[in-house]
Design a protein around this ligand. Structure first.
Ligand code: NAD
Length: 254
């Protein structure tokens, strides 16, 4: 009875800034006790201090021991885990012909291995807590061919299949597994990549933003993604599993 009344607990990886930080804030506003986790330990501490009831736990999602320790620290502190949001991600802009194996592995280790490890080690803790969900941050890049970011797009496509496969395997354990697939969102990840897109696409300086705005209607806000994550995580969506929720202003609808 006491357990049923305690606030749900969520881990958001890579939540010191960007979409992860907005998601942590959104979940806290909906009553979750949030674990702010990031490679950047000091930024995670700063972020957690701003969020009611949040704690910070550093974690590099590429490292299995650190991911296991993140889940253990959460259940030690809160006694349960209801929601895992594998969000940590990086991007490298490069044509395939200029992409070397080290770059490929750098991207896929965070964006795919990191999601696998987060899901793999969160699931047992969620099951032990009586069920819950996992909501990964995929991308529209994982649903269509996306020139100049092959490693990123391939990793996101794999996250989408991992989401669907895990949904089928974990349904009868009481764990729903879904993902969001955003278009371009105005975060550092995109702002840092814009100059390289402009160089490779022959666009003038500052020309990338208007091209994206013309396609998507506008850049998405991190809060758009955060609300979609909260929607999928909501226990009221008890039959929604294996879903990929696209939010991109309709860019991939045709
Ligand atoms: P961001 O660069 O603003 O934030 C990423 C965060 O992840 C940072 O705090 C960083 O320190 C952390 N991080 C990086 N490597 C890590 C690691 N190995 N372990 C733990 N934390 C790590 O990026 P963002 O735009 O907020 O992206 C968040 C997620 O959303 C990513 O998975 C990204 O691929 C996805 N996404 C972003 C967009 C977009 O347009 N910004 C679109 C679709 C999907």
């Amino acid at each position: 009875m006491e357990e049923a009344m305690s606030a749900p607990v969520a881990i958001v990886t890579g939540s010191a800034k960007g979409i992860g930080l907005s998601t942590a804030r959104e979940l806290a506003s909906r009553g979750y006790q949030v674990v702010v986790s990031d490679l950047d330990a000091s930024a995670a501490e700063v972020a957690a201090k701003e969020i009611d009831g949040a704690i910070a736990v550093p974690c590099d999602v590429r490292d299995e021991d650190q991911v296991r320790a993140l889940v253990a620290a959460t259940t030690d502190h809160h006694g349960r885990l209801d929601l895992m949001v594998p969000n940590a991600g990086i991007g490298i802009v490069a044509p395939i012909l200029d992409t070397d194996l080290a770059q490929w592995r750098e991207v896929t280790s965070v964006n795919l291995d990191g999601v696998f490890l987060s899901l793999r080690w969160a699931a047992p803790a969620i099951i032990a807590s009586g069920g819950g969900s996992i909501v990964s941050i995929a991308s529209v890049s994982g649903t269509t061919g996306t020139p100049l970011i092959a490693s990123y797009a391939a990793a996101k496509a794999a996250v989408i299949n991992l989401t669907k496969t895990a949904a089928m395997e974990l349904r009868d354990h009481g764990v729903r597994v879904n993902a969001v697939a955003p278009g371009f969102i105005g975060t550092d990840l995109v702002n840092d990549a814009a100059p390289e897109f402009e160089r490779l696409l022959g666009l003038p300086e500052g020309g990338f933003g208007p091209v994206i705005e013309a396609k998507q209607g506008r850049f998405g806000d991190p809060e758009d993604v955060a609300r979609a994550v909260a929607f999928l995580a909501d226990a009221q969506q008890s039959w929604v599993t294996g879903s990929i929720l696209t939010l991109d202003g309709g860019i991939t609808s045709s």
